[in-house]
Write a new protein. Structure first.
Length: 398
């Protein structure tokens, strides 16, 4: 049986009123971009629905890719036929003849096109009867069938479909603007990026590194993590900030216990400057409340003060176990656990303060002016663009 298209259902987008068209256009573009390796495949929008027209391609690898696209609630492989009882019957039988072994089924007809002469319930019974007669290994089960044969009768034609395949849900990447993710090589920040992409955010990354204290491998790790996330957001810019001098100055000129708080404040300041340059309206971290010294309420308070941009922290209420589960699902876990030094761990004092007071931090910072080296770090920031490519294994995510 040759399926000729895939029906895409988009769930939550349906609630977006006037903005819905914008969401749909973005989803259409994202699907088309993800499928650029499949020549001749087209994504069509008709009457508020999306179809992928297969043009002879095998639907299965395409359906697998759809399972990595945010904004797709579910999909079904489908065949379009004329609104003609015999044609619908023939197509349905062809589809179900390929089913192996004894299975149960039910027919689920939706008749949006009322000029079709048979109502949905009657059509369910009629077609169900034909199926049992022709295919002996299939039996009807209305309540809990193995197979749901869906017949969708519309003015433009009838779609004959089998199973519903679930997607990731969420909103299409690009519909919620951009955010700058502070990406370390650890477990948390890539998961934070994934969760915010699910709400339609497009990512840019910023990473602070301190050569020679942090190695080339540590930098590569961050680029590898970014590459993993390009499955969902095809092109991601990474801003690589040289942080050695700033860290050495912090280490030399401020009391040890405040070093980490001040370093985090500087990271935020530099990130904000990059956001302004790139026209980005928010930043994002992998912080989770109480996880380490810099993630207490007092620390967040003292660190957050340096910026007026929203700082999104999607993991703030999550346990490490939950975060690890997601990192395994998105296949960043194995990269994250590689043991290369992060710039934060290199200069971190043994006993960082867990309850820093804002005023105290500000007073300490007055003792030495970091502005010049901060500006230098911003000027020397390098940008690397990471693109998704087809050799990336997406199957392991499914
Ligand atoms: P992660 O697993 O994301 O590294 P973590 O539990 O190790 O997080 P921290 O090292 O305290 O926690 O970092 C908290 C957050 O600060 C990170 O989630 C990340 O957003 C940001 N961050 C830490 N180090 C860097 C870095 N070198 N470059 C950019 N952002 C960083
Ligand atoms: Mg870390």
């Amino acid at each position: 049986m040759q399926y000729d298209r895939i029906l895409i259902r988009y769930g939550e987008l349906g609630l977006k009123g006037k903005n819905m068209k914008m969401f749909l256009i973005q989803l259409q573009q994202n699907i088309q971009t993800s499928l650029q390796g499949f020549q001749g495949v087209k994504v069509k929008r008709t009457q508020g629905r999306l179809f992928i027209i297969l043009n002879g391609h095998d639907p299965n690898p395409i359906a697998d890719i759809c399972k990595t696209i945010f904004g797709i609630h579910s999909l079904s492989l489908a065949v379009k036929v004329e609104n003609d009882e015999t044609k619908i019957k023939e197509t349905s039988l062809k589809l179900l003849k390929e089913v192996e072994g004894n299975q149960t089924f039910k027919v689920l007809t939706k008749r949006a096109y009322k000029e079709f002469p048979i109502n949905s319930l009657d059509f369910n019974r009629k077609l169900g009867g034909e199926i049992i007669k022709t295919i002996p290994n299939l039996k009807v089960d209305i309540h809990n069938p193995d197979i749901e044969l869906r017949i969708d009768i519309r003015a433009e034609g009838t779609y004959v479909m089998s199973e519903v395949i679930y997607g990731l849900g969420g909103l299409p990447v690009g519909t919620a603007g951009k955010s700058l993710l502070l990406l370390s090589g650890g477990l948390d920040s890539p998961v934070a990026g994934y969760l915010m992409m699910k709400r339609g955010i497009e990512l840019e990354m910023i990473h602070f590194h301190s050569p020679p204290f942090t190695s080339e491998r540590a930098k590569q790790k961050v680029l590898d993590l970014t590459k993993k996330l390009t499955v969902y957001n095809h092109r991601i810019k990474v801003h690589l900030v040289p942080f050695t001098e700033v860290q050495q100055l912090i280490h030399t000129h401020y009391p040890d216990r405040y070093g980490m708080t001040i370093m985090r404040r500087v990271m935020m300041k530099i990130s904000e400057a990059i956001c302004k340059k790139e026209n980005i309206l928010s930043m994002m971290t992998g912080e989770s409340l109480g996880q380490v010294a810099s993630q207490t309420m007092a620390s967040m308070n003292a660190i957050n003060e340096v910026t007026t941009l929203p700082v999104l922290r999607p993991l703030v209420a999550m346990d490490k176990e939950e975060i690890i589960d997601i990192s395994k699902k998105i296949d960043t876990y194995d990269i994250s656990i590689q043991p290369y030094e992060d710039c934060c761990t290199v200069f971190v004092p043994k006993y960082p303060i867990t309850n820093p007071k804002r005023d105290r931090v500000v007073a300490i910072e007055r003792g030495f002016d970091l502005t010049e080296s901060i500006n230098q770090a911003i000027d020397d920031t390098k940008v690397i663009k990471i693109k998704f490519n087809d050799d990336q294994e997406i199957n392991e995510l499914l």
